[in-house]
Design a binder for this molecule. Sequence first.
Ligand code: HEC
Length: 130
Amino acid sequence: MNFSIASVFACVVYISSSHAQASSADQIQVNPVEFTIDNVKRGRQFYTLHCVRCHGSDGRGDTEMREFLKTAPADLSDNQWVYGGTNSIIFDVIKQGRLERDMPAFDAELNDERIWQVLRYMEYLGGKRP
Ligand code: HEC
């Protein structure tokens, strides 16, 4: 009797914990670059070099470039995402681009570490502080 109650309980715990793991695993991929002032500053340098002309210095995408592009540059500071807000999706958008919508690919200009630093700067633009 005690044994069967225990095994039902264990089973319920097992199912609910494996469910929770499955949903968090596809939501979160941890940025391997730490959220430090130095990484935010490095990210800002690359952002200034490559992203400001379309997304603007505040990240809101409200730039003159919107007149020349198929799609208005996205607001990177509002925590709303066209393609999804996980680190891995945002990383992929920057690396591969979304060329059909005039978001360029940066795999030639930025190595992976630098892209992750730009993601840290985007968090800063969104109001987070290290
Ligand atoms: C030539 C203009 C241009 C440049 C330069 C540019 N982008 Fe974009 N970006 C766009 C456009 C246009 C979109 C909107 C695409 C869409 O809505 O489908 C976009 C979308 C994005 C998205 C997706 C946002 C979402 O809501 O899912 C991210 C992330 C992004 N850009 C990051 C960057 C970063 C980081 C850089 C610099 C390394 C950069 N972009 C440089 C034009 C640009």
